[in-house]
Design a protein around this ligand. Sequence first.
Ligand code: ZN
Ligand code: ZN
Length: 272
Amino acid sequence: MLPIPTLNLFLNSYLWGYNTDMDIGSKISELFQAQEIDIARNQSKMFARVLPVADLADYPNESYEVDLSQPIFEWKIDGSPVTWGPCQVIGSWAPDSTWIWGWENKSISASGYEKIKSAIQALDEINELSIMRKLSMSNDDAHKLAAWCAWKTGWQGSYPRHTENGGTVFLGLKLTAMPHHSVEPKDNPWCFLCGLYPSQVPKIIDIGNAQGLCSKCVERAQEVAKVSSLMDRRESQSQITCCLCRDKVAGIAFPHISICLSCIEYANKALQ
Ligand SMILES: [Zn+2]
Ligand SMILES: [Zn+2]
């Protein structure tokens, strides 16, 4: 039998998500930082096929639809689906800094979270977080936690949608662009920068984790490097953390990841 104060503490934590003695922000940062590059690559591959919501304004012919009763996410161009797959609500964040897991949100039907719920609850690293109904955290930490969960449970990424009240809903997505095809990331090894499948580009390198780097993107990266004459003055360039070799060196920043000049050159040789 638990002593009463401990039991109260536990009940308070469970029911209301009081953060009691746990520093949730540090815990999330620690988990995220240990896998930051892997998560960034996972997210980059997802965003290579579906735009961030904020970018939609610049692409009026693109749109998306979510039906949690199926549950399906569809990305459309001119009204026709071009990328689709199952989605699951990982969790949502409200402007009062409250995080609620998808399965604790009464407005979501079970089909909208049941697949990812069991996978997240099986993760030992966040056991103390996933048993709580509510957690208090910053929006930045909510993005990190959701992307970490998506990566750890084998989903293609965490897709943030903004809600009308200023909050964010994080959807785990698995995607494909091929009819009657598996939605598992391993069966969809498109280029993690442009989203083209191996059959759609002249050449592609397998960079691991079911991600490709295509010859078109390597060419474009080389052009950017030449235009900004990065090749000639590496020392003076600002440093990036390369998502391939993980060195902190001069390189090119893409929207979600960065690649160093040596890796671009190496990829170019490998593609010859
Ligand atoms: Zn590419
Ligand atoms: Zn590198």
